[in-house]
Ligand binder design. Structure first.
Ligand SMILES: Cc1ncc(COP(=O)(O)OP(=O)(O)O)c(N)n1
Ligand SMILES: Cc1nc(C(=O)O)sc1CCOP(=O)(O)O
Ligand SMILES: [Mg+2]
Length: 221
């Protein structure tokens, strides 16, 4: 298991097309300056050689900034670039296989329904609650969980939940109130005119929630 904890983390999942001519590295750099605490490199169309090259460049960009790099789907790319973790979905390489090669890495697993919670293997650091809202960013996303579905997942697991799908600064606080420990976004940052400001707005929502959940601020004490 990893020592990294996703509570109150803002995760940027990259999309090269949405980053446009600015490029993935420039958008990630701005987003990290705005408060992003984890970066997931997600490349669905790039060939493997370019994927490794981008992953190594991102790893170098994030080095010394305390921001882990997680690779979407591809254990081989994670090994080649020295990534801090891997995020897998229900039909990707198994968590057991990732753990065999990366015993101390961050491992995330997507969960699309409460039924899938029955089959979460040991060795998972966080669950991606997917998708909370409908999203145009992932064509094959499962039906939206909605806020009630997110809350139901939260009630049924002790693992940290990182919510993804249709999240932006306008609904982030509600998502956090319904049980998300962290937030993952693609378009809210990659498609933003100003990724630094977009990240800072989302980061402020997380900071406000962190403040509210401090033990000395709880009303039930
Ligand atoms: C944080 C987070 N949660 C869920 C996903 C989705 O992963 P997956 O179901 O494997 O779908 P793809 O991203 O591979 O299309 C994610 N990437 N990140
Ligand atoms: C990468 C990803 N996975 C999802 C899932 O439901 O598993 S939804 C998604 C994309 C989320 O993009 P946006 O923040 O632009 O809505
Ligand atoms: Mg996947």
């Amino acid at each position: 298991m990893s020592r990294w904890r996703p509570a109150h983390a803002l995760c940027l999942v990259t999309d090269a097309a949405l980053c446009g001519p600015r490029g993935v590295l420039a958008v990630v750099d701005a987003a990290v300056r705005g408060g992003v605490g984890m970066v997931q490199l997600r490349e669905k169309t790039q060939d493997s050689r370019d994927f490794v090259e981008r992953a190594r460049a991102l790893k170098a960009l994030l080095a010394g900034r305390g921001v882990p790099l997680v690779i979407n789907d591809r254990l081989d790319i994670a090994l080649l670039c020295g990534a801090d973790g891997v995020h897998v979905g229900q039909r990707d390489v198994s968590v057991d296989d990732v753990r065999r090669w990366l015993p101390d890495a961050i491992v995330g697993l997507s969960i699309e329904s409460p039924m899938q919670l029955a089959r979460v293997p040991a060795g998972v650091d966080y669950l991606g609650a997917s998708p909370v809202f409908a999203t145009a960013t992932k064509a094959d996303a499962a039906p939206a969980l909605g806020l009630a579905g997110l809350a139901a997942l939260k009630a049924a697991t002790d693992l940290p939940l990182i919510a993804i799908g249709g999240i932006h600064a306008g609904n982030a606080a509600e998502v956090l109130r319904h049980g998300a420990d962290g937030l993952a976004v693609v378009s809210a940052i990659c498609a933003a005119e100003d990724p630094l400001t977009a990240a800072a707005s989302l980061s402020a929502c997380l900071a406000a929630q962190r403040q509210l959940s401090r033990p000395d601020r709880r009303e039930d004490r």
